[in-house]
Write a protein that binds this ligand. Structure first.
Ligand SMILES: [Ca+2]
Length: 287
């Protein structure tokens, strides 16, 4: 063997050796446990993650508007702000339609609602958002962080399979952080999964699986829901604070995230109600 061949073989051997080494280290760093498969840290508004959702539900008082109109949405300094804003006049709201085809009446209140529908949808796993409110405990406040089955038939309807009415399987609902100002005081919020009662018209049972929880709403906290075996576990800053037992399998369907600030009553309010979101993420469990 001449020197050139020895060199070639050595180089080949070295090459093969380092290739195996690379494969091995790739194998070593392959993640296990909870792995993030979606995160939005709100460095900018990413329309690959979120779209406006305009509709009228729960007889809500506000009108959802698009794209941060009236300062209802802002992404700045690494966070999302959704605001319920009082205007000094009533504006029309025919863009918000109920499931019975009724148009929202004119209103002085406008707000933002974002959904990750058809953009970021996941089955099971764990959803978390880091959220704070500028104010809490005022009559009518109804900010929420929640997830909904991807086949839900409410607007925007963009694919043929979005034809299942709330809250039947395919259109299931899990509320991760919902603050009802009239009942929640300054620290109360709820988590829950909604139980379908039977048909579309029967609606859902939202009280059986409701867990009444406490947090310092005006400071940043991490609110999660996690599929754990056949249970749904609600977490506050990583700690279990509530559990819906034996229900998780019934909600193992692709779901999208919703962030919104509603006004659930006709009560008077002044100024702005704001929900600030530092980030939203979804994680999957890898064995
Ligand atoms: Ca879809």
């Amino acid at each position: 063997m001449n020197n050139v061949n020895v060199l070639t073989i050595s180089l080949l051997a070295f090459g093969i050796g380092s290739f195996s080494c690379t494969e091995k280290s790739k194998e070593n760093i392959k993640k296990k446990g909870w792995v993030i498969d979606f995160i939005d840290e709100f460095e900018f508004f990413n329309d690959k993650n979120w779209q406006n959702q305009l509709l009228w539900v729960n007889d809500e008082d506000q009108c959802y508007v698009r794209d941060g109109e009236y300062n209802t949405r802002e992404v700045s300094n690494g966070s999302l702000k959704l605001r319920l804003v009082k205007l000094d006049y009533e504006r029309s709201c025919s863009s918000n339609v109920s499931k019975f085809g009724k148009y929202h009446p004119e209103t002085q209140y406008v707000s933002g609602r974002l959904a990750s529908k058809n953009l970021q949808e996941f089955t099971g796993g764990r959803w978390t958002a880091k959220i704070k409110l500028n104010r809490a405990g005022e009559a009518g406040m109804f900010p929420a962080w929640w997830i909904l089955g991807a086949r839900n038939n409410e607007p925007p309807i963009q694919e043929d399979d979005e034809n299942i009415c709330w809250p039947l399987p395919g259109s299931g609902e899990i509320d991760i952080m919902e603050h009802h100002g009239t009942h929640g005081g300054h620290t109360g919020y709820v988590g829950r999964s909604i139980l379908p009662i039977g048909t579309c018209d029967d609606g859902g049972d939202w009280w059986t699986n409701q867990v009444n929880l406490l947090s310092n709403l005006s400071e940043y906290n991490e609110y999660s829901v996690e599929w754990l075996g056949n249970d749904l576990v609600f977490r506050l800053n990583g700690k279990e604070v509530g559990r819906n037992i034996g229900i998780a399998g019934k909600l193992l369907e692709p779901m999208f995230a919703i962030l919104n600030y509603a006004k659930i009553s006709k009560d008077h309010m002044d100024g702005e109600w704001e929900m600030e979101v530092d980030w939203v993420k979804h994680e999957k469990w890898v064995d």
